[in-house]
Design a protein around this ligand. Structure first.
Ligand code: FAD
Length: 324
C-alpha cells in the first residue's frame, strides 16, 4: 500500500478539541487538495468528543480512538503508541501535529518509533513540483527560514500554534467517523503531562499576559505581577532566564523555545526584548513595556513604553485600575 493522504493529529484537552487542530485542518486541506488526496484526522481521547466538528472543518475521515480508561490520564506515551499504530495502518504521506506541549512530546516519539523524520515548529508547509512536502521553519535564532524536505515516509511536522488561520466551519460537509478503542498499552514509566498547564494555565489562550524578565529580583515578586494580571483577568508569564533560574515553571515561558502568545495586551516588565523573546510575543495586539533602560530593544516594538522601575510602575498601575 502506497503512502497517501494528509493526517492531522486532532489534539483534545478535557474533551475539547484544541484550536490548533482547526488551523492544521485549514492547512492540511490545502495540501490535500493540491495533492488530490483525502484529509484524515486522528482523534484520541475519551468518549463524547465532537468528532463531527472535525468533518465540518475539513476532514474526510476521522479515526476516533475512543477510550475513557486509556485516556483518563494525559499520558503522552499512550497517545504516541496509539498514533503510531494508526499511522502504520493507514499510511498517510503527510502527518501534522500542533507544536503544543502535547504535540511536541507525542510527534517525535511516533517519528522515532516508525523511523520517519520530523521537522519541529514549522511556520509554513508547501508542496513542491515533485509532490514532496516543503517544511518551513525559522532557524539560527529566527534569522533564516529553513526549507526542509524529508526522504522518509510519512513526512512529519509539528506546526506552531496561531501560525495559520482556522478552517472555516461548513456544516454541509460530510465524512466518515471510524471508531476504535485504545491499544492495550501499559506505560510503566507513567510520565504524565501536568494538568496544571491544561486546566489552570494556558498562556497561549490568555487575552492579557503580564510577563516578567530578569528585572524581577525574586520569585516572591511574582505576587506583584499576579495582582496586576488578576485585575486584568490575565495570566503571568516570564522570559527564559527566570524559568531557568527556577522562578517559575517552563509552561510560563514566552519565546522561541517556550510558548507563542498573541494576547490583546502583553505587558513586558523588566524584559530587554531579545529576538528569542520577541519571537514568542511580537504579534500581541498591544505591547506595553516597562523598563529602566530607555535604549532597551523591547521599546522598538512596544505600542506604549514606560521608562521606569517596575517596582514603582506596577503598583501605580494596580492602584489606578483599582480606583477605576
Ligand atoms: P535581560 O536581557 O537581562 O533584560 C532584563 C531587562 O530588565 C533589561 O533591559 C533591564 O534594563 C531591565 N530591568 C532591570 N531591572 C529593572 C527594573 N527594576 N524595572 C524595569 N526594568 C528593569 N528567551 C526568552 O525569553 N524566551 C525564549 O524562549 C528563549 N529562547 C532562547 C533560545 C535560544 C536558542 C537562545 C540562545 C536564547 C533564548 N532565550 C530565550 C534567551 C534570550 O536570548 C535572552 O537572554 C532573554 O530573553 C533575556 O531575558 P530578559 O529580557 O528577562 O533579561
Amino acid at each position: 500500500m502506497e503512502y497517501k493522504g494528509v493526517l492531522v493529529y486532532a489534539e483534545q484537552r478535557n474533551q475539547q478539541i484544541h484550536k490548533v487542530t482547526y488551523e492544521l485542518l485549514d492547512k492540511g486541506r490545502q495540501l490535500a487538495d493540491q495533492l488530490g488526496v483525502q484529509v484524515y484526522c486522528a482523534l484520541l481521547g475519551p468518549a463524547d468528543i465532537d468528532a463531527q466538528e472535525l468533518i465540518y472543518r475539513g476532514a474526510d475521515v476521522v479515526y476516533y480512538i475512543e477510550d475513557n480508561e486509556a485516556f483518563n490520564e494525559p499520558d503522552e506515551l499512550v497517545y504516541a503508541r496509539n498514533l503510531q499504530d494508526l499511522i502504520v495502518k493507514i499510511k498517510p504521506e503527510i502527518c501534522i501535529s500542533g507544536a503544543t506541549s502535547l504535540g511536541r512530546s507525542v510527534a517525535p516519539r511516533v517519528a522515532a518509533a516508525i523511523g520517519a523524520g520530523l521537522t519541529a515548529d514549522c511556520t509554513d508547509l508547501q508542496i513542491d513540483e515533485d509532490r514532496k512536502l516543503i517544511q518551513i521553519r525559522p532557524a539560527f535564532s529566527e534569522n533564516i527560514l529553513a526549507h526542509i524536505k524529508s526522504e522518509c515516509m510519512p513526512q512529519m511536522a509539528t506546526v506552531r500554534y496561531k501560525e495559520f488561520s482556522e478552517a472555516k466551519r461548513d456544516i454541509s460537509r460530510t465524512g466518515e467517523i471510524i471508531k476504535s478503542s485504545s491499544l492495550d498499552y501499559q506505560n510503566d514509566a507513567m510520565v504524565f503531562i501536568q494538568e496544571l498547564s491544561q486546566k489552570k494555565l494556558d498562556i497561549s489562550e490568555a487575552s492579557v499576559v503580564v510577563s516578567a524578565g530578569t528585572g524581577l529580583r525574586s520569585p516572591e515578586d511574582f505576587k506583584l505581577l499576579s495582582e496586576l494580571a488578576d485585575l486584568l483577568n490575565g495570566v503571568v508569564a516570564a522570559s527564559r532566564p527566570l524559568v531557568e533560574g527556577g522562578f517559575i515553571s517552563k509552561d510560563h515561558q514566552v519565546g522561541y523555545s517556550g510558548n507563542r502568545v498573541k494576547p490583546k495586551i502583553y505587558i513586558a516588565c523588566g524584559i530587554s526584548g531579545a529576538p528569542q523573546h520577541l519571537a514568542g510575543m511580537k504579534d500581541s495586539e498591544t505591547i506595553i513595556a516597562i523598563n529602566t533602560d530607555p535604549s532597551a530593544p523591547i521599546f522598538s516594538i512596544a505600542d506604549h513604553g514606560i521608562v521606569g522601575d517596575l517596582y514603582e510602575v506596577v503598583p501605580l498601575l494596580i492602584n489606578k485600575i483599582k480606583s477605576m
